[in-house]
Write a protein that binds this ligand. Structure first.
Ligand code: E4P
Length: 223
């Protein structure tokens, strides 16, 4: 499963990239607004750090305006993926851009039929927002499973990008369900490598090693 980081914070992206397991980046208008930086400049900076897909979202909600907004973003770098919302105009814009071989990430997906249409329109990625579905009492991971089955039934090549991830268990489930990609905040990516027993076990190994070294110094081996 590919792992993307879900942030517009450059330090976090560099930190995740330094782990050697980062495959891409997703941004959204809220994440960019939080950084208080120029959108285009930040995308240029991100594309210098990450070679994999970098999703850049348009804020227009009408086909022609979406395409107009996408044009300069596409020019930033070859790994830019245009992020469009799962609405009718977004679907049309997805078809227009996909027909031009521009990669599209259909975002704000909350039910499997949106994913079916996105695949038919040629989307490169579909982003089901599992955390936000859970937030309103639904089952976000069930939506991912439904999309997986639909895509497998018809051999759609659109990649499932499990998004709005809140905790490591979402990552486990995404990987077990065959999600192609999962995008998560840095905190969740770091949590993936953590287990208290690893820390306890490591401390014990290091303590035992210190004791063994003391013994070796006191009782050197006979020549
Ligand atoms: C994905 O592309 C979105 O940016 C993101 O996962 C949304 O997550 P949130 O629900 O935590 O805002």
């Amino acid at each position: 499963m590919d792992i993307y980081i879900d942030t517009a914070n450059l330090d976090e992206i560099k930190r995740a990239a330094s782990l050697g397991v980062l495959d891409g980046v997703t941004t959204n208008p809220s994440l960019v607004a939080k950084e208080g930086v120029d959108f285009r400049t930040r995308l240029e900076e991100i594309c210098q750090v990450v070679e994999g897909p970098v999703s850049a979202e348009v804020v227009a909600i009408e086909h022609d305006a979406m395409i107009a907004e996408a044009e300069p973003l596409i020019q930033i770098a070859p790994n830019i993926v245009i992020k469009l919302p799962c609405i009718e105009e977004g679907l049309r814009a997805c078809k227009t851009l996909s027909d031009r071989d521009v990669k599209v990430n259909m975002t704000l997906c909350f039910q499997p039929l949106q994913a079916l249409l996105a695949a038919k329109a040629g989307a490169f990625l579909i982003s089901p927002f599992v955390g936000r579905i859970d937030d309103v009492g639904g089952d976000g991971m069930e939506v991912v499973q439904q999309i997986r089955q639909i895509y497998d039934n018809y051999s759609y090549t659109t990649k499932i990008l499990t998004a709005s991830i809140r905790h490591p268990q979402h990552m486990v489930q995404a990987a077990m369900m065959g999600s192609d990609v999962a995008t998560a905040p840095l905190k969740v990516i770091q949590q993936m490598m953590k287990h208290p027993l690893t820390d306890v076990g490591l401390k014990r190994f290091l303590d035992d090693w210190e004791k063994a070294k003391t013994l070796l110094v006191k009782e050197p081996a006979m020549a």
